[in-house]
Design a protein around this ligand. Structure first.
Ligand SMILES: Cc1ncc(COP(=O)(O)O)c(C=O)c1O
Length: 365
């Protein structure tokens, strides 16, 4: 007997999150060695993790028979010190994805609305389905940036949270301080504003959103260790917010929501500023190479402040498959209705050489 008739209707309607195609799956399908495949599909850090984080995890592996510190005391203390906030204003979790879910858990339910830009992280509409809330999608401006004024107009008495993804995925555009200040001055007090800053390290300049938290606004700043810190595989992220909101997020998280390996790795990664600087300068230098190639080929792209670039290749699925056959995994954008596009994560110089070669050949075919 199928259990489906007894499962929540909304669960049956959910389209599960579709990640970038994994290397292992591609290797199986194409009968290739995993090491011969280049994955530029999930905005991961091609330099890997900080060696300090890897070493710290090796040591911590001896203690995995013990539950982690459920309060993540050391990590949260360090985050509080670095960002100049109180310990009570911090929350950590298994990637910023978990923190996004916690934010939604605290405030969404039937009748509630979440406002976000059309071209922003796909988790937000998924969360709306999960909590029975309404997703209010706001068109980006013609230059692909968030239209914060339109987002303000989309707020109703039922709006519980607005997500501002800065820089935004999958386009890489940003809204700057002045626009953010104007937006924050107008947001009604009953609305929580979540700044999803997964790619903030790659941006220049980097707007300061912690100022709104310090001013006591109902703001949550979300950060991840998955990108510039190179720890996507351990799942680590954090939120800085008011102690009131942090208290709510702590209530809805599971008791040991961050493994001791993740806590240890994140702590060590915060100490290795050089690794972040190296990662950022690699991305910036290699991004220029992609931009120059696209300009030479006459291929439209969106100038990006992230570690990825959205490029109009005419037929995203065709180019994705052509590149895949040659061992380069890109991200098709059909999920966003961007059928002409692929998104490319910036890799190492060697990975990018290969990607550019394969991509050029695919475009000429
Ligand atoms: C905009 C944005 N926010 C959040 C995340 C979640 O990252 P993680 O859960 O690895 O911290 C991603 C992942 O790609 C993202 O693109």
């Amino acid at each position: 007997m199928s259990i489906l008739p007894y499962v929540h209707n909304y669960v049956q309607e959910i389209q599960a999150y579709k990640p970038g195609k994994p290397i292992s799956e591609t290797a199986r399908e194409l009968h290739m060695k995993p090491e011969d495949i280049v994955k530029l599909a999930s905005n991961e850090n091609p330099l890997g993790a900080s060696p300090r984080a890897v070493q710290a995890m090796q040591l911590a592996a001896q203690d995995v028979n013990l539950y982690p510190d459920g309060a993540s005391y050391e990590l949260r203390t360090k985050i509080a010190q670095i960002f100049g906030v109180d310990f009570e204003q911090t929350v950590v979790g298994s990637g910023s994805s978990e923190l996004i879910e916690l934010v939604c858990h605290t405030c969404l339910g039937p009748g509630a609305e979440l406002v976000a830009a059309r071209y922003s992280f796909t988790m937000y509409p998924l969360m709306c389905k999960l909590f029975g809330a309404e997703f209010v999608e706001v068109e980006n401006k013609p230059d692909w940036t968030h239209d914060l004024q339109a987002m303000l107009r989309a707020i109703t008495p039922r709006t519980r949270v607005v997500f501002v993804t800065n820089p935004t995925n999958p386009v890489g555009t940003m809204v700057q301080q002045g626009e953010l200040d104007d937006f924050m001055a107008e947001v009604p007090e009953h609305v929580m504003v979540a700044f999803d800053e997964a790619y903030i390290h790659f941006a220049d300049p980097q707007p300061d959103t912690l100022r709104y938290v310090r001013a006591g606004k109902n703001v949550v700043v979300l950060r991840t260790f998955s990108k510039a810190y190179g720890l996507a595989g351990v799942r680590a992220g954090f939120a800085i917010t008011t102690s009131e909101i942090a208290g709510m997020l702590h209530k809805v998280r599971s008791p040991f929501n961050m493994s001791n390996l993740a806590q240890t790795a994140a702590l060590a990664a915060l100490d290795d500023e050089q690794h972040v600087l190296n990662s950022v300068s690699l991305v910036r230098a290699e991004m220029r190479r992609y931009e120059e190639a696209f300009q030479t080929w006459g291929v439209p792209f969106v100038p990006s402040q992230g570690n990825f670039v959205l490029v109009n290749v005419g037929n995203g699925q065709r180019i994705f498959h052509e590149c895949l056959k040659r061992g380069v995994i890109l991200r098709p954008m059909d999920g966003y209705g961007l059928h002409e596009y692929v998104r490319i994560t910036i890799g190492t110089p060697e990975q990018n050489d290969r990607c550019l070669r394969v991509l050029q050949a695919a475009l000429e075919r």
